[in-house]
Design a protein around this ligand. Structure first.
Ligand code: ADP
Ligand code: MG
Length: 346
């Protein structure tokens, strides 16, 4: 009777269910108990910038070196970007404001990490970063203002650039601080954006390491390098726009659920329902608490059982003690497991 393992068999899965339940009540969907365990061992947190730490809602701050009217330039760019779901595209369409006639656009090609090329009213419009201009062989004028820059070329001729600026998510600073408080040793930011923008954001957030101007493939390589040197688990947080492959490569992929792409939600192990980066620290805290409860239950159940077995072997344990070692320990372990459901406010 004493050696019956039901306390272990019932309370351990139940602790994980309670942990997953508690996390989902907070808007953090964990796709399995193995991911909850991995999350609790997170030592390096790698984050994407656009859409993860920043809102991904860019506002046009300036138009420079334009060879055509400013509004015309924005109109052509918005049309070329009309088929993309990238935050930059959405913001440029919003900046244009008026309805876009998609019939004017054809032959859209999106080059991830670079920009888009489309035919608008029969002219080839290219909008993107310096890498895109280099690929098309268009000489572009570098921009000195801080911000993300969208260079525009029509039929291979440079037409100026649009400077757009993103804002940090209101909780981004706190998110990095709380993640470190929850036990994360190193926070790294990976971005496809210009290094000037990346450095400014990293300094404001207190991020330890930045890598910028990365192509989607470079992000995978960067995460592989981090995986090779990290001792604990590596978590990657992204919105899935150009980073879905990284989400599946990292030990734990965390996706932004509301703004993120469907590919991200599919590839990730953990999904944050409301895109709040503060939920990363909360998720880590929930997972740590859950794992602590699991360990408590294992030691408690085995400890009591070994003790009662020893007493039984010397004839010192009676039937009531055996019943306590079986049912009593099980009930206590279950009550302890239920604690994983309750989550402290951050
Ligand atoms: P992040 O890593 O910050 O999420 P991305 O990898 O999505 O950035 O994009 C990297 C860079 O590529 C952007 O900063 C932008 O310069 C350029 N880019 C990507 N997609 C587009 C687009 N649809 N229109 C214009 N520029 C784009
Ligand atoms: Mg992104």
């Amino acid at each position: 009777m004493i050696s019956c393992p039901c306390a272990l068999v019932i309370s351990i899965p139940l602790s994980f269910f309670a942990g997953i339940g508690g996390a989902s009540k907070e808007g953090i969907l964990v796709k399995g108990s193995n991911y909850l365990e991995a999350l609790s061992q997170t030592e390096t947190l790698v984050m994407d910038k656009t859409g993860t730490l920043t809102q991904g809602v860019f506002e046009v701050t300036a138009v420079h070196h334009n060879s055509m009217d400013e509004n015309k330039l924005i109109e052509l760019t918005a049309l070329a970007e009309s088929a993309s779901s990238h935050p930059i595209s959405k913001s440029l369409r919003k900046a244009y404001g008026k309805n876009l006639d998609r019939n004017r656009v054809s032959n859209v090609r999106e080059l991830s990490g670079k920009g888009v090329v489309a035919s608008v009213d029969g002219n080839e419009v290219a909008a993107g970063n310096e890498k895109l201009m280099a690929e098309l062989g268009v000489a572009c004028i570098a921009c000195r203002s801080s911000g993300t820059v969208v260079h525009v070329a029509v039929d291979g001729a440079y037409c100026g650039h649009i400077v757009i600026a993103d804002r940090l998510k209101p909780n981004a600073v706190k998110a990095v601080r709380e993640a470190k408080a929850a036990g994360v040793r190193k926070v790294v930011m990976l971005t496809g954006d210009r290094s000037a923008v990346a450095r400014a954001v990293a300094a404001e957030l207190g991020i330890d390491e930045v890598r910028s101007e990365l192509m989607p493939g470079d992000k995978v390589a960067a995460v592989e390098a981090i995986l090779a040197e990290a001792k604990g688990k590596v978590a990657f947080v992204g919105d899935g726009i150009n980073d879905a492959p990284v989400l599946s490569r990292a030990d734990i992929g965390i996706a932004m659920g509301a703004m993120g792409s469907d590919a991200a939600i599919e590839a990730a192990d953990v999904v944050l329902m409301d895109d709040d980066p503060l939920k990363i620290a909360k998720g880590i805290k929930i997972s740590r608490k859950c794992l602590r409860i699991v360990k408590e239950n294992i030691w408690f159940a085995i400890g009591i059982k070994v003790l009662c077995l020893a007493l039984g072997a010397f004839g010192l344990a009676n039937m009531w003690m055996a019943i306590f070692a079986d049912v009593g320990v099980m009930i206590l372990a279950i009550l302890n497991a239920i604690r994983a459901l309750f989550v402290k406010k951050l």
